[in-house]
Design a protein around this ligand. Structure first.
Ligand code: KG4
Ligand code: ZN
Length: 357
């Protein structure tokens, strides 16, 4: 048959993700080894630690995904692997293992850009034609991009400082959420989402919304983070807290903080839609917007962005929760999309083709 099957390998940050996807958009098998618990314990992703964990898990991750699909490497048509952006040492584990498999089984390699994979994976689940606007919000990046085609992206906005997931992780750490056992095993972003649900006065704290007069589509999150840190310090001293003690207003603070991040994202997304309309950049027949990346798995953020987008006459789509955060499915799918387009493959990826930025 002319069905194509691709093995995808993702090791750019702290998740070892592998999956097998075919050209009918069927996920045949998958596996994810998350390092999150370990990194939460040590207060952030340590590159050496991440590298060791990828190295120890890559073979198991690939074999488990293949077993899950009930196939072997011989049955696949190509191997897709993340080559950029990410932590160099982490990326190299996926790339080296891909080179090894490609040589041993004589399979072509498809190099994948991690953020492009986040932007396209939604097409496994929904029929969203090009061009569409995508808001990519993760732990390392914040992009507004027009997706014109599989390998044609027009960047129209990005963060001037930190990424939204990064500030949520830092905020969670400063609020010491990991000391509350309900949140001890989750990412900072997820911990804030869960804690915010317990708020009794979600507007107790006020945050200034960044870049409100800024006439482009860029983002800034560092001011919100600094503002949160100042509020925590103030409350800690008011209550005379020390060490690992958590401020009693923590739920309300999480809710106010999450709301301010959401408002900023919504403002910038709204601007981007209007900009695209003026410049005639979007599909006239399919009014679809996509949000993806780890932060897009946040239901509060998604629901609020959706209502803003709907108000402007568009639909908002995202992949399922576990496919918003890093995974092998999006890498395999990118391989499928590139194969369909006839984009050229390679037999070997050299270290100079691996790019952390
Ligand atoms: O896309 P991703 O898995 O990795 C990167 O490419 O960075 O995103 C990870 C980020 C982390 O900062 C994490 O705190 C955030 O996504 N995140 C969330 C949620 N789940 C994960 N942020 C807000 N709400 C969530 N539910
Ligand atoms: Zn990511």
């Amino acid at each position: 048959s002319n069905k194509t099957t691709v093995l995808g390998i993702e090791t750019s940050c702290d998740d070892t993700g592998c999956a097998v996807v075919n050209s009918e958009a069927t996920i045949l098998g998958e596996f994810l080894h998350s390092q999150n618990e370990i990194h939460v314990k040590y207060g952030g992703v340590n590159p050496i630690n991440a590298w060791e964990l990828h190295r120890d898990n890559i073979e198991l991750a690939v074999n488990t995904a293949l077993d899950d699909a009930r196939i072997g490497v011989n049955d696949i048509d190509a191997i897709a692997v993340t080559t950029k952006p990410g932590l160099l040492l982490s990326l190299m584990i996926g790339v080296k293992y891909t080179n090894f498999l490609a040589k041993k089984y004589q399979k072509p390699i498809i190099p994948v850009h991690h953020m492009e994979a986040h932007a396209l994976v939604v097409r496994i689940y929904y029929n969203i034609p090009f061009p569409y606007l995508a808001l990519l919000i993760s732990g390392g990046h914040c992009f507004l991009t027009v997706v014109n085609d599989v390998n044609d992206f027009l960047l129209i906005g990005q963060t001037l400082d930190n990424a939204p997931g990064e500030v949520m992780d830092k905020a969670a750490r400063r609020m010491k959420l990991k000391n509350m056992h309900e949140y001890s095993l989750t990412s900072g972003g997820k911990a804030i989402e869960l804690a915010a649900k317990n708020a009794t006065n979600p507007s107790l704290f006020e945050f200034p919304i960044p870049l409100q007069r800024n006439r482009d589509c860029d983002f800034s999150f560092s001011g919100l983070k600094d503002s949160l840190v100042r509020k925590v310090i103030k409350k800690e001293s008011e209550h005379g807290l020390m060490g690992d003690e958590i401020i009693p207003e923590v739920y309300d603070l999480c809710a106010s903080f999450q709301t301010s991040i959401t408002k900023h994202l919504a403002h910038r997304l709204e601007r981007a839609i209007k900009f695209c309309e003026v410049k005639n950049l979007l599909n006239k027949n399919a009014k679809n917007i996509v949000v993806s990346g780890g932060v897009a798995s946040n239901d509060y953020i998604f629901t609020n962005l959706k209502s803003v987008v709907n108000h402007l006459g568009y639909n908002l789509y995202r992949p399922p929760h576990k496919v918003c955060t890093d995974n092998g499915i999006m890498i395999a799918w990118n391989g499928i999309e590139k194969t369909r387009k006839g984009i050229k493959t390679c037999q070997f990826i050299s270290q100079s083709d691996v790019d952390p930025t």
